[in-house]
Design a protein around this ligand. Structure first.
Ligand code: FMN
Ligand code: SF4
Length: 463
């Protein structure tokens, strides 16, 4: 195993090892502070981060306002307070070592306001901001204003080039690095473009070489590339270290740090991860953001997959192709293909009697209980995303103008619940595709949970 050399990240020489940001409550001040304490980089999530009462107890989010726009304001207020609180915790734990970064989901409604609010109030505590899920054009200007380094998360050289040309060229000084997140392997949301086939993964080497060539052509030869997605043991990545074709590189771990003593996720969640088998992480497109994402196949995901498999196309009026009548309610009948009639009946007979339209001229089938829950989730929307396919909320226009999509779910609700001890069966469990390695990696034998320090020692040795 090659010895890892420190590199300059966010203004300091640190080991090129980074804990990736994970919302909601998948990485926080405790975990990021522990990574920084080891002279690495820790990233706390700025997506609904926890804040504390005067006794140090977590304040569980509660929304009191009737109007969704006002609930959205409540959410923003929580997020700013929480971001500052997590930065303070991380700073204390780090003892001034390493670097502390904050992660922000660009597609979060008012992500710029939240970032600004946190950076204003946590001056000197946050050294860098990482930002993905969408093209964060304003990130360079925003971070530079605060003298904080910025790290766009991209999945292709092309995406970076667009960001550079349209925005970052004017904010060269504080570009700290570029996170290349493997769109086929990483946990959480995945940046697959329309040109890329989710079933045909490409190895990262050539894509990284392309990114390095792009960076060098822009005069960014010293800008590190941070490789994220599928990074478990550095012995798998020896060829990427000290390689002039790739240049300066750091490694970001998202899934692996989740089973450490300092990781904020519940014991039940850690237990699930310890037993995942190869192939149990599914790359799918149910997220209300419209992005692909990777999560563990549990009851929550199985239900969405089943609903998706049961989807049937329809026409509002009968015609040669769509001639079989299907009653949605007393007042509404739609027409499906005769060959889909059996599929529809099978679902209805199995108790999936609520038939709901999607925005794509199809219907899906669900139980009355699931439909009731879906309505309640939509009614409780706090407007977390800039645009939401599940509820049709749009920060800019009030609504997207499309039909709400019953193939999706409220991501804020489910991530918040599981991030605060909720069911690991009935909530979304984001995870990277290498999560199955917990089950065979000797570090976790007999359910052993290492500290961040122990994990980093193993990583340095290529284990
Ligand atoms: C549970 C979970 C939540 C995540 N949430 C976020 C997030 O909110 N923002 C983000 O930019 N990346 C998020 N990620 C991606 C990680 O930061 C990291 O880049 C990715 O997990 C790396 O791939 P790996 O899981 O194979 O290590 C998340 C990943 C996981 C596993
Ligand atoms: S319904 Fe959509 S916008 Fe509203 S809170 Fe849930 S995920 Fe966010």
């Amino acid at each position: 195993m090659k010895t890892l050399k420190p590199i300059l990240i966010s203004g300091k020489e640190v080991l090129p090892l980074i804990e990736g940001g994970k919302g909601i409550n998948g990485s926080d001040g405790r975990s990021s502070g522990a990574w920084a304490a080891e002279n690495c980089v820790g990233t706390f999530s700025g997506v609904s981060p926890d804040c504390y009462d005067s006794f140090g107890n977590v304040i569980i989010e509660k929304f009191f306002k009737k109007d969704r726009k006002e609930r959205h304001e409540e959410m923003v207020e929580y997020a700013i307070k929480g971001g500052v609180a997590q930065a303070q915790v991380a700073h204390e734990i780090s003892n001034g070592n390493g670097r502390i970064h904050m992660n922000m989901l660009w597609e979060l409604a008012d992500s710029e306001r939240i970032l600004t609010g946190v950076l204003e109030r946590a001056k000197g505590l946050i050294h860098g901001v990482t930002c993905g899920a969408g093209l964060p054009y304003h990130l360079g200007a925003l971070a530079s204003k605060f003298g904080v380094y910025y790290y766009p998360i991209i999945s292709s050289a092309r995406a970076f080039q667009i960001l550079w040309k349209r925005a970052y060229a004017n904010f060269r000084e504080y570009l700290g690095g570029v996170v290349y997140e493997d769109p086929w392997l990483a946990g959480g949301h995945n940046g697959l473009s329309n040109a890329e086939d989710p079933t045909k993964p490409q190895t990262p080497y050539q894509r990284l070489v392309e990114l390095r060539t792009t960076l060098n052509n822009l005069g960014l030869n010293e800008t590190p590339i941070i490789l994220a997605g599928g990074v478990w043991s550095l012995s798998d990545w020896q060829d990427y270290i000290d390689n002039p074709e790739i240049g300066k590189i750091a490694f970001q771990f998202g899934t692996r740090p989740m089973i450490t003593k300092e990781s904020p996720i519940s014991e039940a969640w850690k237990k699930v991860m310890l037993h995942v088998k190869k192939g149990d992480v599914i790359l799918q497109k149910f997220s209300p953001t419209g992005f692909f994402s990777s999560a563990i196949k549990n009851t929550f995901l199985e239900k969405l997959i089943e609903r998706n498999n049961g989807e049937v196309a329809f026409a509002s009026e009968p015609n040669n192709e769509f001639s079989h009548a299907l009653k949605l309610s007393e007042s509404k009948t739609i027409y499906i293909r005769p060959e889909d009639a059996e599929k529809a009946n099978r679902q209805i007979n199995a108790g999936l009697t609520e038939i709901k339209e999607t925005p794509d001229n199809t219907v899906v089938f669900m139980t009355p209980e699931d439909w009731k829950q879906m309505k309640a989730d939509r009614a409780a929307c706090v407007g977390c995303l800039s645009q939401c396919q599940f509820s049709t909320w749009s920060k800019a226009n009030g609504t997207t103008g499309r039909l709400p999509d019953p193939r999706s779910y409220c991501i804020h609700k489910t991530l918040y619940e599981v991030g605060h001890g909720g069911s690991v069966k009935d909530n979304l469990l984001f995870a990277g595709h290498q999560v199955y390695r917990f089950a065979t990696d000797p570090l976790y034998r007999n359910g052993c949970i290492p500290s961040v320090k122990e994990l980093i020692e193993k990583i340095k040795k290529g284990e």
